[in-house]
Write a protein that binds this ligand. Structure first.
Ligand code: GDP
Ligand code: IMO
Ligand code: MG
Length: 429
């Protein structure tokens, strides 16, 4: 059965949650494979709005939902989220939710470190979500992280805590953070272990069994290509690989398990946090996009920076993630603009470049070369058929398609699950 990997193709918040929820109807398993509770995925169904940071968006439809080994998991945040969505009527049981036993924990000391570093960085800050994601991934690749499978083994845990604190104690001292004792950590783990234990499994085996059974799997990316630690606007990125290739390593499935790669692309561009943003609009049009698009962080509430559609960036994401088709989201937000601009290339000094160079200085100095397109006055909010779109809106979609080198399979026109224009079914590959 055809699987689908959903990834963000810009700087995040493209509407991945809504798309996953829509696709989940015809899927059996939904898997998160990277990131942590820095993500914020919104799903609107009728009068209910769900906001997920760690839970795969498949839980709305009661699908088997796996938090893979590639995710760094703050267990307290996870338990809070489970309680919050249970209060909204969702059933989260070990039958629905599986947490990879080899996933690494995000600890309170990771959050401390994240926030202390950001506070000290002043103008050089990254603008992180402050959830401890970077420090947690550092400990993972530094081979000193605590993994969920460690929680049940107190003797091994004591040695691991010692190794972890040998690294963190001098860091904390240098940042004027209070000392963390081995006993306090042991007490935290003793408290959390029985609460997460029911969900822990070798997730790769659960996934393998489901696929052998012919079940359809959706891989749910968080963040986006331009926030990828290798391919993004480094160092203004998150600390994980966010590209489609990560779906395999972050879940323990083989490289061909990901199936059809569906890139989620906003009809304009947003970014939250610091870092280069060639098409950023700091004028009233940028403000208007932010207001009409409700561009505030799902979890952090931070105002998102807004700008014109950047076809250079999306074309790059299409290549790097092997995107086959695209969902173009939030087209309705552009309603009422007389003209629209789309960036087709950059000017860099006296050169024209058709990609975003790797160096930070180049990334900060590229100037967008725009093509101007006609806008539309009509209201497209909630439109569900291609024919009902104004001709200029159709032309905008078609032009984007040509510029990014991937077809537009779906257009979305509101936060609501059903407000979708289906052009080509992503499940048909
Ligand atoms: P994600 O992180 O990629 O899942 O995206 P977020 O949930 O952080 O941000 C996307 C926001 O846009 C959410 O508030 C969605 O409800 C909303 N949204 C999604 N698709 C559309 C759309 O087509 N039109 C409008 N107006 N809003 C949308
Ligand atoms: P979703 O999945 C948008 C950004 C932060 C910051 C940078 C590093 O909802 O699209 P981190 O806390 O990860 O170390 O912050 O990455 N960032 C996101 N921006 N959407 C997200 O997730 C993001 N997750 C992280 O704003 O610039
Ligand atoms: Mg988001």
């Amino acid at each position: 059965m055809a699987n689908v990997t959903v990834i963000g193709a810009q700087w995040g918040d493209e509407g991945k949650g809504k798309v996953i929820d829509w696709l989940a109807d015809r899927a059996d398993v939904v898997v998160r494979f990277q990131g942590g509770n820095n993500a914020g995925h919104t799903i609107v169904v009728g009068n209910s709005t769900y906001k997920f940071a760690l839970l795969p968006s498949g839980v709305v439809q009661g699908k088997l939902s796996i938090i893979g080994n590639g995710v760094v998991v703050d267990p307290w945040a996870l338990l809070d989220e489970i309680e919050r969505v249970r209060a909204q009527g969702l059933s989260i049981t070990p039958e629905v939710l599986v947490l990879a036993d080899n996933a690494c924990l995000v600890l309170p000391m990771h959050r401390d470190l994240d926030m202390a570093r950001e506070a000290r960085a002043g103008a050089g800050k990254i603008g992180t979500t402050g959830r401890g994601i970077g420090p947690a991934y550092e400990d993972k690749v530094g081979r000193r992280a605590i993994r969920f499978c460690d929680l049940g083994d107190e003797t091994a845990l004591a040695t691991k805590i010692e190794r972890l604190l040998a690294h963190h104690a001098p860091l904390r001292q240098g940042l004027d953070l209070p000392e963390v004792t081995p006993d306090s950590l042991m007490a935290l783990f003793a408290e959390i272990a029985p609460k997460v234990a029911p969900y822990l499994k070798p997730a790769w085996r659960v996934l393998d069994a489901a696929m052998k059974d012919g079940r359809r799997v959706l891989f749910e990316g968080a963040q986006a290509t331009m926030l990828d630690v290798d391919h993004g606007t480094y160092p203004f990125v998150t600390s994980s690989n966010t590209v489609a290739g990560q779906a395999a390593t972050g879940s323990g499935a083989g490289p061909d398990a990901g199936g059809y790669v569906l890139g989620i692309v906003k009809a304009y561009t947003t970014r939250v946090g610091e870092g280069p943003f060639p098409c950023e609009l700091t004028d009233e049009i940028g403000e208007r996009l932010g207001v009409r698009g409700h561009e505030f962080g799902t979890n952090t509430g931070r105002k998102r920076r807004c700008g014109w559609f950047d076809a250079v960036l999306v074309r790059q994401s299409v290549t790097i993630s092997g995107v086959k088709g695209v969902v173009l989201t939030k087209l309705d937000v552009l309603d009422g603009l007389q003209t629209l601009k789309v960036c087709t290339a950059y000017r860099l000094g006296d050169r024209v470049v058709d990609y975003l160079p790797a160096g930070l200085r180049d990334q900060a100095s590229v100037e967008p070369i725009y093509e101007v397109l006609e806008g539309w006055r009509e209201n497209t909010h909630g439109v569900r058929s291609w024919d009902a779109l104004p001709a200029t809106a159709q032309a905008y979609v078609r032009r984007i398609e040509a510029l990014i080198g991937a077809r537009v399979d779906v257009v979305t026109t509101s936060p609501e699950r059903e407000d979708i224009i289906l052009i080509r079914d992503p499940y048909e590959g």
